[in-house]
Design a protein around this ligand. Structure first.
Ligand code: PLP
Length: 377
């Protein structure tokens, strides 16, 4: 019998070696209680959260919570069916209506997760014989969408417009081409030069898909993302995908309480300019502060709500992660294959609900932990 698990042996060994240093396992933390968008109890200790996707901090908003409770009472805990059968409730339509209004678009489709949205859209529109041209640092869900659709994958150097253009020019003129980009790249928090990339894509007959997972609500005048900030919003028509997109059709739709909370958040974010301004302040303060303390960051300037602190290696990264947790600060420890160029990162994601005092506190905790672990002098 071939041991099908043997391919994981190197990872098992690497993990065992890391844990043998005595460091806490950074990938099995439990949030024992969550007190607010920015504070949780971890290992019995009150901890500031600096590693969530809660950029706009809507998770404890009163109206959002009330909408979720109401939907739970009125529609039950789940839909028990696909969107194209029994799983489209009033709330799913309301969530799509809120998205259409938020983005000023004619169409919107809500998938059960962002991962499935990428799997579904990419695999359905780019199939055998087509080309998907993507940034080498694209999210796993983008790569998986390409594999599922059986399109030819052509990767280009991260955020490099010339490299994209060169790749496009080498492809057959008549072939179907989809360029897939992200507004903000989730590991380093850097922004794509969408305007230039969309120009060269169009010049070379390619359609463009932009994943704005890390920019929605925050970047752009109305929070519509990097595409809005760089003036390249466009209106596709994709209603037919509802019938042919497998990760949309062959899965249960989101529970009523989830679409209700999402729709309420989206509608409130239409009036979120104060939150956006405060989040930019937080991002600038943290970036400047960490740079001042001597940490190496993923970007020269703050470009989004994500600030990546580059660690020398996984072992030191895990030690620093643990030291921060002991200080009462949670960040994401990110490592390959999620990270570019084999880097180990402490990925910090700010929230619009972090107070200025919390940001100062975060800097103090980074300073103490960084000195203790020997990352800074
Ligand atoms: C760029 C990008 N797209 C998609 C996803 C997946 O979204 P979800 O967590 O909703 O499945 C992520 C991260 O989770 C991401 O970083």
């Amino acid at each position: 019998m071939t041991d099908l698990f043997s391919k994981f042996d190197p990872l098992i060994e690497q993990r065992a070696a890391l844990l043998a240093t005595g460091v806490t396992d950074p990938f099995s933390l439990v949030m024992e209680k969550v007190l607010s968008p920015t504070v949780a109890i971890c290992n019995g200790r009150e901890t500031i959260l600096l590693g969530t996707y809660n950029y706009m901090g809507m998770t404890f908003d009163e109206d959002v919570i009330a909408a979720g409770k109401d939907a739970l009472d009125k529609f039950g805990s789940g839909t028990t069916g696909s969107r194209v059968l029994n799983g489209t409730y009033q709330g799913h339509k309301e969530c799509e209506d809120a998205l259409k209004e938020f983005y000023a678009m004619d169409h919107a489709m809500v998938f059960s997760t962002g991962y499935q949205a990428n799997l579904g859209i990419i695999s359905t529109i780019a199939g055998k014989g087509d080309y998907v041209i993507l940034d080498i640092d694209s999210h796993a869900s983008i790569y998986d969408g390409c594999k599922m659709g059986d399109a030819e994958i052509v990767a280009f150097r991260h955020n490099d417009v010339e490299a994209l253009e060169k790749r496009l020019k080498r492809l057959p003129a008549e072939a179907g081409k989809l360029v897939v980009l992200e507004g903000v790249y989730s590991m380093l928090g850097d922004v794509a030069p969408l305007k230039e990339m969309i120009r060269v894509s169009k010049e070379n007959g390619a359609m463009v898909l932009v994943d704005e997972a890390h920019s929605m609500g925050f970047i752009g005048e109305h929070g519509r993302g990097v595409a809005e900030a760089q003036g390249v919003m466009n209106h596709p028509k994709f209603e037919i995908l509802r019938l042919v997109c497998r990760p949309y059709v062959f899965t249960a739709s989101l529970p009523p309480s989830v679409v209700a909370t999402a729709a309420t958040s989206i509608r409130k974010l239409m009036h979120g300019s104060n939150k956006r301004a405060h989040l930019w302040e937080n991002s600038k303060t943290l970036h400047k502060g960490l740079q001042g303390l001597g940490f190496t960051l993923g970007t020269e300037e703050p470009q989004s709500a994500i600030i990546a602190v580059i660690m020398p290696d996984l072992e030191k990264g895990a030690m620093m992660w643990e030291a921060l947790l002991e200080e009462g600060l949670y960040v994401n420890l990110a490592r390959p294959p999620a990270t570019p160029a084999g880097m180990t990162l402490l990925r910090c994601s700010l929230c619009a609900e972090h107070s200025s005092e919390q940001v100062s506190e975060i800097l103090g905790r980074f300073e103490r932990a960084g000195k203790r672990v020997g990352i800074i002098g």
